[in-house]
Design a protein around this ligand. Sequence first.
Ligand SMILES: [Zn+2]
Length: 228
Amino acid sequence: MQTVINSPADLAALFGLPVETATAAPAAAFAPVALSATAFDLPRAPKLPTSKATKKTAPVIIRATVTPASAALATPNGLNPDYQLSGVEKIRAFIFGGNSIFTLANKEKGTHCTYKVTCKKEPGRTVYFVSVLSGPDNTSDYSYIGYCTSDKAQKIWTKRDAKQYTDNAPSVIGFNWLLTRLAHCIAENKPFPAFAGFYHVGSCCKCGRRLTTPESVQNGIGPECAKK
Ligand SMILES: [Zn+2]
């Protein structure tokens, strides 16, 4: 007779063992073991930068933020830091006040140029005349370089036959840069660049009289002219 073994019970019967023992033993041996999460390989924690890498990059970041900022903030010699205007809308309003004198400085290059902008009201438009300080007397030695007809202008028109103040003259380039940059800053809601400095000379942009109160010095316009 052929013995067919299909289960632990058949095996137990074959060897004359009690069924409970034969079935209980394998059940215990193969009972699933509850594994805790720690038994598995957990995903590895992201690699932390080594101390060598930290030392390499940290000082570079510090240098990149501190050095150029402090260099850009220095006011060129001879210019009064209290007279600096920094808001782009304020600067543009000052330039086109009608009677303004101001200095535009490139703090990185150490160069600067002083301008005077007057205006003349004509039917339907206002013409702004731009002059540049070109001699030792800062009240009278101004040379005409060009004009524009709107405070939104991005360029002044120079004389076609000008020998000295052409579009390539540094003073004309500086003034046109100022107009273009102000238009861009206002349109894109960006601050006036830190490397550039805009300084009034302590006089009101509308009437040209001396500014005396702290508030008027800060804004470049006297209290009476500010009301108009
Ligand atoms: Zn005034």
